[in-house]
Design a binder for this molecule. Structure first.
Ligand SMILES: NC(=O)c1ccc[n+]([C@@H]2O[C@H](COP(=O)([O-])OP(=O)(O)OC[C@H]3O[C@@H](n4cnc5c(N)ncnc54)[C@H](O)[C@@H]3O)[C@@H](O)[C@H]2O)c1
Length: 281
């Protein structure tokens, strides 16, 4: 049973995974690239728990114990005791490959190795890792504490025992798991991201304002959030990366990101995480 979890990357997703795992009684070690970012990750988690308590979604009395179960570090070497190592670092294949090559040597052969990637193939991320039966994709959604779905991704050699352990863990975190093959975008992003691209293209072509595109899909399609606001929440860099991977893997350049999305990413307008995307936040 997974009790000790090493989370690598303390950005949007890594913080959410750390918080959710600690709230489900796991001991969490959260690793960032330097101590300033590690410290920032844990203070953001504290704020997130406080906000959830203020909204009545989390018992305020539990916050100190949850925070006490999260340790932060900038040294991967401290995570050798983990049952599961899950990464949520930048969406970059060489970076993830290098991380797991290093981790596989440090951790016990029994430790499960998981990636939270949105768009990269599990087969590619773990191509150089010994013990491919223990690797899988565990794809959470943003914001992790609130979103109930997790996609479990079977790599080419992922064992049934690994999938069963992964499923048991995510269910203990209060999530519902779906199992999906190692294909670009898995289920949700395969359907969702082309829709976000189409919304950005509609804005680029000037058919309506950002506000009206979002209002149309909220009130006309019953979506809780419009596509451009959702793209800002996900991160425009993440959206572009997923579209580029899909275009590359399919050999169909029409599935790639529209010009407006690429321009925004080039200008550093990445959405909520930089305070500016389709909207200013
Ligand atoms: N943002 C989303 O909505 C979303 C949803 C599901 C999955 N994902 C995936 O999760 C991953 C992370 O996305 P994010 O939005 O949290 O990114 P982010 O940019 O908010 O955070 C990434 C963090 O990783 C840290 N980092 C980079 N290299 C590291 C290393 N070697 N060791 C430790 N820390 C390192 C960075 O300092 C940064 O804080 C990506 O693979 C992304 O595709 C994102």
């Amino acid at each position: 049973m997974i009790r000790k979890v090493l989370v690598i990357g303390g950005g949007t997703m890594g913080r959410g995974i750390a918080q959710t795992a600690a709230a489900a009684e796991c001991e969490v070690l959260l690793c960032e690239i330097n101590s300033a970012l590690a410290g920032k990750a844990v203070s953001t988690i504290a704020t997130s728990l406080q906000r959830a308590a203020e909204k009545g979604k989390f018992d305020a009395a539990r916050i100190p114990a949850v925070l006490a179960r999260i340790r932060v570090t900038d040294r991967l070497a401290e995570g050798t005791e983990s049952d599961l190592a899950i990464e949520a670092i930048i969406e970059n294949l060489p970076a993830k490959q290098a991380l797991f090559k290093d981790l596989a040597q440090r951790l016990s052969p029994q430790t499960l190795l998981a990636s939270n990637t949105s768009s990269l193939r599990i087969a590619d991320i773990f191509s150089d890792v010994q013990g491919p039966g223990r690797v899988l994709g565990i794809h959470f959604f943003n914001p992790v504490p609130a979103m109930p779905l997790v996609e479990l991704v079977r790599g080419p050699a992922t064992s049934d025992a690994t999938l069963a352990d992964g499923r048991e863990w995510v269910e203990r975190l209060g999530k519902t798991a779906v199992l999906v093959a190692d294909t670009p975008g898995f289920i949700v992003n395969r359907l969702l991201i082309p829709y976000l691209n189409e919304a950005a293209l509609a804005l680029q072509e000037g058919i309506a304002s950002a506000e009206d595109i979002d209002t149309a899909m909220r009130l006309g399609a019953g979506h809780p959030m419009g596509p451009l606001a959702l793209a800002d929440l996900i991160g425009l860099d993440v959206v572009v990366e997923i579209l580029e991977t899909r275009a590359r893997v399919s050999g169909n350049p029409h599935l790639g990101p529209c010009r407006l999305l690429k321009e925004k990413v080039a200008r550093g307008e990445l959405g909520r995480k930089t305070g500016h995307g389709f909207y200013k936040s």
